[in-house]
Structure formats: structure tokens, C-alpha cells
Design a protein around this ligand. Structure first.
Ligand code: HEM
Length: 248
């Protein structure tokens, strides 16, 4: 598997119905209609696109993966959720911190629906409700939880896309985490494990579609840089927020 993380061996050893190499399902996007930010954006914070700049959109996917590798490794370490000694209390605490971050962030992202491609299916991708259900099941009222005091700015299309990259990518690791929860805490999607189960067997498809949509956006180099920076910021702010609440 190309993605390098400290749990590489674990990833490789998981079974056929486990985490696949999601790049296998990424189709060639070259025939997809290219859509520039400007064609669906009325945000003044978007930089102008360069319509004929032979946009190599697969570049953005490679850049995102490579340039957030360190941040991904850091957040895995902060969560430490694949620890075989993970307790139910520690798991619930992670859900609480995620809820406090996802809830306000997804609300902000919803406000960006008008400037993002319809094909991204933002509604379908929201995960706050899953977190809320899991927490309620585990005896915690989501409405009583603190929200993150720092959130990534998502007021431009590139920023929203970078942020979404991070949130959508989390569903991949979620598949591994979901199996871990079942094995070590007997948590299933029906009893508090809905968020990490996420799209379940649709995960590969949902990720593929997301990458197709992202790859279909024509971007100039400045816009690409903004997408990557937003993804990094999302990892970092979530990581910091979790760290504050998880590390004793
Ligand atoms: C213990 C926690 C985690 C584990 C074990 C994990 C594991 C993984 C794995 C196995 C992949 C798939 C790699 C591939 O197909 O090549 C992946 C991808 C990804 N994960 Fe995580 N992950 C974790 C937490 C997170 C979190 C909290 C986020 C963000 C909030 C995140 C964001 C991403 C992203 C954006 C990708 C896509 C990378 C790409 O561009 O291919 N992950 N993760």
C-alpha cells in the first residue's frame, strides 16, 4: 500500500474485505469535464482560474497525499486508537472531541455548498449525525459538548476542498478503526461505532467519487497550494483540539 504510516504492516495484513488500496479504484479522470472554481464559485476569496493551463488534476491528489503525510502520522499518534488497550472511556472521549470539531466545521462547509460542485454530494458526506448517535448511545448528550475554539477557514472553494479531503480521507482509516473497535470493545455500527464505520462497504466508492470530483476542478498553482494548505490546517487543528482533550 502506497500510503506510508506507522501501522503499515497492520494495513497490509488486513484481509480482503478490509482496507483496500483505494488507489485501485481511482479511474482515469482525464475524460471528465473540467470545471474551474470560477465556473461555480461566487466567492470573492477564490483566485481566478487559468482555464487553459492543462490542469494536471491528478497532481493535486498526489500533492495532498504527500504534503499531508506528516500531519496524518501525527494525528494517528495523537488518537492512538488502535492501541489494543483502548478503553470504552477513551474511545468515547475521542468521539466527543471529534463531535466538537465536526459539528461546527460541517455547518460551515454546508454554507459553501453553493460554490462547490454538486457532484460532491456534501449532504451525503456529513458525519456529525453519526457522531451524535454514537455519543447518545454511549450515554453522552452531544448538545452538552464543547466545540472547538479553532476551526480551519473554509470560506473559499479551495479551502473547502482541502478540508473535505481531510474529512473524507478519514473514512479510509475509519474502516480499520471500525474493525478494531469490534474486536477489542465489541463496538459495532449499531452500538456506538457508526462514525468510524462511516460509509461501510461504500467507502471505496465514496472515496473514488470524491477524488474524481476534486480532480475535475481546474486549478491554477495558487489554488492548488491553497487546497493543500487547507488540508494541512484541517489535520493540524483537529489534532490540536484532540490533543487538548485526550492527553492527560
Ligand atoms: C488511527 C487513525 C488512522 C488510521 C489507522 C488511518 C489509516 C489510513 C489508511 C490505511 C489510509 C488509506 C491509505 C491508502 O489507501 O493508501 C488512510 C488514508 C487517509 N487518511 Fe487516515 N487514518 C487514521 C486517521 C485519520 C484521520 C483522523 C484523518 C483526518 C481527519 C485521516 C485522513 C486520511 C486521509 C486524508 C487519507 C487519504 C490519503 C490519500 O490521499 O490517499 N486519517 N488513513
Amino acid at each position: 500500500m502506497a500510503f506510508d504510516n506507522p501501522l503499515g504492516d497492520f494495513n497490509l495484513s488486513v484481509s480482503a474485505n478490509s482496507c483496500q488500496d483505494f488507489d485501485d479504484v481511482l479511474p482515469d479522470t482525464s475524460s471528465f469535464k473540467r470545471v474551474s472554481f470560477m465556473s461555480f464559485s461566487h466567492s470573492s476569496s477564490s483566485l481566478p482560474s487559468v482555464p487553459n493551463a492543462a490542469q494536471k488534476n491528478s497532481d493535486i491528489l498526489v500533492r495532498l497525499r504527500e504534503q499531508t503525510r506528516a500531519e496524518h502520522a501525527a494525528i494517528e499518534q495523537t488518537l492512538d486508537i488502535l492501541n489494543s488497550g483502548m478503553t470504552l472511556a477513551a474511545y468515547r472521549r475521542i468521539l466527543e472531541r471529534f463531535y466538537g470539531f465536526y459539528q461546527p466545521l460541517e455547518r460551515k462547509l454546508r454554507g459553501m455548498a453553493g460554490v462547490l460542485a454538486v457532484g460532491l454530494e456534501l449532504d451525503r458526506r456529513e458525519k456529525t449525525a453519526l457522531l451524535g448517535c454514537d455519543l447518545s448511545f454511549l450515554g453522552r448528550d452531544p448538545a452538552s459538548l464543547a466545540s472547538s475554539d479553532q476551526l480551519p477557514a473554509v470560506d473559499g472553494a479551495p479551502e473547502a476542498l482541502g478540508c473535505l479531503y481531510c474529512l473524507e480521507g478519514a473514512t479510509l482509516g475509519g474502516q480499520i478503526i471500525s474493525r478494531h473497535l469490534r474486536k477489542h470493545l465489541s463496538i459495532t455500527p449499531a452500538n456506538g461505532g457508526g462514525f468510524f464505520h462511516g460509509y461501510g462497504e461504500q467507502t471505496g466508492d465514496m472515496w473514488k467519487k470524491f477524488k474524481v470530483e476534486l480532480g475535475a476542478v481546474a486549478m491554477n498553482p495558487q489554488e492548488q497550494a491553497r487546497v493543500v494548505e487547507a488540508a494541512r490546517t484541517t489535520f493540524l487543528t483537529l489534532g490540536r483540539w484532540c490533543q487538548k482533550g485526550l492527553v492527560p
